[in-house]
Design a protein around this ligand. Structure first.
Ligand code: XLS
Ligand code: CA
Ligand code: CA
Length: 440
């Protein structure tokens, strides 16, 4: 197989002081952090759609991209699909990435007839499977694209059309089969158009019930074909729809519990989606973690000055630190860290594809190192724990154990007459500690 990314070597760790742009400054896969090598803490994945398909199109370019992702084949051909496989595997091997994520239609051009699309999917995944031989590369998660084709204009599970619902089911069935075939650890539902534009034409209850019905069908089928991994919901509040049902982590957890799906599902938290919902990335990670539902992460970053989903490669070390702090406290991920990120439109060369991943991998390596340092330092954790010390004994302990009654608490208040002010939150002191660890 002829090399595609000519002139780009295998990317090595060269240390923080290095100036070689095609080397890692912080990601040292074998370096042991808190008892585990970095590569195990950081199961990085490549998103097929952005890295191998996205050409930097936007509406102002009249649908014309700046990056060439044909890899020497005719655009939209099966030959191009094969070349994408070649490019993807060469890319992952050069970076030492062990996972990829895909939508069905990232892999092959969609045909008019779903039977033909499925035949193409079988053909390409045979080729992908062949490519994994002798490598450690596996699928992190698969998914079905149920938002691009016009048939999904009103959603998939939430569509008003039963015929469209059946097409969604068919795509999920196939994507699950492919995920199992490629050794996938998870299966994602991102409800791109599972929402509404106006409540005037929307039966919200019926739509939510139907989304749950579709998910239950997926779980039953997945388990019947030997899929033992986690299903994930990836929350996002808006874009493309005005309102999407999986608004944020709390909403998705409530939905999963209401429909009895919480044993099979966890969450795939994307940084850019959390901020679109008006939360910090860490907020949605924390909500997922404390509910035992932090499964996987789409490791990107948005632009807080823009109100849409920009899917940038992460470079914010503070955010990555807080992310890895949540991941470490969760004891790791059942999924991984998928770079659902794309190069900016003017960054259109093959080198830029590598620079994007080097940036993202180094950012998360730094995040891991700094989160581990924060935990080893212990001052922030100790302060947070101490802040609730009043629940350690007396009436506080009875409240925390669920033993105290309302009348008992009221009697305590009457006896105290006036409570002392709660202790200082010491926010600035804590922020200084974090800065000291990040930059000290
Ligand atoms: C889009 C989503 C999508 C999911 C997978 O905003 O991030 O790419 O990750 O369907
Ligand atoms: Ca995503
Ligand atoms: Ca996104």
């Amino acid at each position: 197989m002829a090399e595609i990314f000519t002139g780009i070597p295998k990317i090595a760790y060269e240390g923080a002081g290095g100036k070689n742009p095609l080397a890692f400054k912080f990601y040292d896969p074998e370096r042991v952090v808190l008892g585990k090598p970095m590569r195990e803490h950081l199961p990085f994945a490549m998103a097929w759609w952005h890295n191998l398909c996205n050409t930097g199109k936007d509406i102002f370019g009249m649908g014309v991209g700046t990056a060439d992702k044909t890899f020497g084949a005719e655009d939209g051909s099966m030959e191009q699909a094969r070349r994408k496989v070649d490019a993807g595997f060469e890319f992952m091997q050069k970076l030492g990435i062990r996972y990829f994520c895909f939508h069905d239609v990232d892999l092959v051009p969609e045909a008019d007839d779903i039977n033909e699309t499925n035949r193409r999917l079988d053909e390409i995944t045979d080729y992908m499977l062949e490519k994994t031989k002798g490598t450690q590369i596996r699928c992190l998660w698969g998914t079905a694209n149920m938002f691009s084709n016009p048939r999904f204009m009103n959603g998939a599970g939430s569509s008003n059309s039963a015929e469209v619902f059946c097409f969604a089911a068919a795509q999920i069935k196939k994507a699950l089969e492919l995920t199992v075939k490629l050794g996938g650890r998870g299966y994602v539902f991102w409800g791109g158009r599972e929402g509404y534009e106006t409540l005037l034409n929307t039966d919200m209850k019926f739509e939510l019930d139907n989304i749950a019905r579709l998910m239950k069908m997926a779980v039953a089928y997945g388990r019947s074909i030997g899929f033992t991994g986690d299903f994930y919901i990836e929350p996002k509040p808006k874009e493309p729809m005005k309102h999407q049902y999986d608004y944020d982590a709390s909403t998705a957890i409530g939905f999963l519990r209401a429909y009895g799906l919480d044993k099979d599902f966890k969450l795939n938290i994307e940084a850019n989606h959390a901020t679109l919902a008006g939360h910090s990335f860490q907020h949605d990670l924390r909500v997922s973690r404390i509910n035992g539902m932090l499964g996987s992460i789409d490791a990107n970053q948005g632009d807080l000055l823009l109100g849409w989903d920009t899917d940038e490669f992460p470079f914010d070390v503070y955010e990555a630190t807080m992310c890895m702090y949540e991941v470490l406290q969760a004891g790791g991920l059942s999924g991984g860290l998928n770079f659902d990120a794309k190069n900016r439109r003017p960054s259109y060369t093959h080198e830029d594809m590598f620079y994007g991943f080097i940036l993202g991998m180094d950012t998360f390596a730094l995040g891991l190192l700094k989160a581990a340092a924060l935990m080893e330092d212990g001052r922030v954790d100790a302060f947070r724990k101490e802040r609730y010390a009043s629940y350690g004994s007396g009436i506080g302990a009875r409240i925390a154990n669920g033993e105290a009654t309302l009348a008992e608490c009221a009697a305590k208040a009457a006896e105290t007459k006036k409570p002392a002010l709660p202790g200082s939150g010491r926010q600035e002191y804590l922020e200084s500690i974090v800065n000291g660890i990040l930059f000290g």
